[in-house]
Design a protein around this ligand. Structure first.
Ligand SMILES: Cc1cc2nc3c(=O)[nH]c(=O)nc-3n(C[C@H](O)[C@H](O)[C@H](O)COP(=O)(O)OP(=O)(O)OC[C@H]3O[C@@H](n4cnc5c(N)ncnc54)[C@H](O)[C@@H]3O)c2cc1C
Length: 343
């Protein structure tokens, strides 16, 4: 089988530049990697709240963490706090990392359940280093060489992350083409994608195409007809309002945010990501930045005006146009061509 030699990535949001950076790291110069994006269409580019697995990706690229934090206006994150999701006043923390220590093949939660049945009063999260660090407003990088590490993730600006990865990818030979894709040409017999037609008449040919065009799903959904599995029945939020605050709140010793100054390492911020439920919406602070705007986000189901109203009450901020989506996923992540059902 002929090896694909030319890889074309469609889209330059977080997904596109992550793919480009990975290909630039591992595949160039053996493969020719091109990314096509349209400045006119733009990206989602909100604040990104990540989970610790992002470190696997960054480490695979050999990214220097302090550089990355600085370049993306990032902060460290020990977990996610859910305020008022079960009932008003209720708070749940999803702290990263393990909780307690099991014995042999028996997980810690079995011991804790028995302890509670016997009248023990301690909360489960008492046994989580991350939760305790967050509640105590503490953070540290641990001593990885000695096997002591606190699992953490980051909040960062998705646009800055994409820009950072763009620099990384272009330095490793990835070519960027700016332009709006107007048409996708496919082989008459196999159905394989052959090339992309850009406005102005330029075409971009490739052997392997990676669709990172976001909600639109230009190649997988539109060109190849891969169906969408709609989950909106179970995940009813269908729009978001990203609102820059006039100013960020000061960092306070609460589980929502923590601020730490470890000796010798300068000042850095660490936080949990608070997701606050409202009557028909949720606020989400994926990123906090000192002295710069942060981004509370409201998600509301089919009632944008009430969602805006709730957000305004919560943040006293002006809301722009909503990002609207359908929750779900593509029926397939990879498709060589859309085979008619009759074959
Ligand atoms: C409010 C909100 C909060 C979120 N919070 C989080 C979070 O906390 N953590 C998390 O992991 N994710 C979060 N997400 C999801 C995440 O931000 C998005 O999934 C991600 O940014 C989308 O990136 P993308 O690269 O897939 O698509 P996009 O950013 O939409 O990029 C699509 C790219 O395709 C290009 N494109 C599209 N059509 C064409 C065309 N015809 N021709 C040329 N180029 C084209 C565009 O120019 C763009 O470069 C959030 C999303 C929203 C809306």
């Amino acid at each position: 089988m002929q090896q694909p030699r030319r890889i074309v990535i469609v889209g330059g949001g977080t997904a596109g530049w992550m793919a480009a950076a990975a290909f630039g790291r591992f595949l160039t110069p053996h493969y020719e990697v091109t990314l096509v994006e349209s400045d006119a269409i733009g990206t989602v580019g909100v604040g990104e709240a990540t989970i610790p697995q992002i470190q696997l990706f960054n480490n695979a690229l050999g990214i220097n963490e302090p550089d990355f934090i600085k370049a993306t206006a990032g902060s460290f994150k020990l977990g996610i706090v859910f305020d008022g999701w079960w009932r008003p006043g209720h708070r749940y923390i999803h702290a990263f990392g393990t909780v307690g220590r099991g014995q042999g093949l028996i997980g810690f939660h079995h011991y804790w359940l028995r302890y509670r049945q016997n009248g023990g009063a301690h909360d489960f999260w008492r046994y989580s280093a991350n939760a305790q660090a967050a509640f105590a407003n503490r953070f540290g990088l641990g001593v990885p060489d000695a096997g002591v590490a606190i699992p953490y993730a980051f909040h960062f600006d998705a646009s800055l992350y994409a820009a950072y990865l763009r620099r990384y990818a272009e330095a490793r030979g990835v070519q960027r083409i700016e332009g709006r894709i107007d048409a996708v040409s496919r082989h008459g017999e196999t159905g394989d994608i052959l090339n992309l037609s850009l406005e102005g008449g330029r075409t971009v040919a490739g052997d392997l195409f990676v669709d990172c065009s976001g909600f639109r799903s230009l190649l997988l959904g539109e060109a190849l007809g891969v169906g969408f599995d709609d989950w909106s029945n179970w995940l009813p939020c269908d729009r978001a309002l990203a609102v820059p605050c006039a100013s960020a709140e000061p960092f306070t010793p609460t589980p929502r945010r923590a601020f730490a100054r470890p000796a010798g390492s300068g000042a850095f911020r660490c936080s949990t990501a608070p997701a606050t439920a409202m009557s028909i919406a949720a606020r989400w602070y994926p990123m906090t930045k000192r002295r710069t705007p942060c981004s509370p986000i409201s998600m509301a189901r089919r009632s944008p005006s009430r969602g805006r109203c709730g957000l305004r009450q919560a943040s006293a901020a002006k809301c722009g146009a909503a990002t609207v989506w359908r929750s779900g996923w593509r029926a397939a992540s990879w498709s060589r061509w859309s085979r008619p059902a009759s074959i």
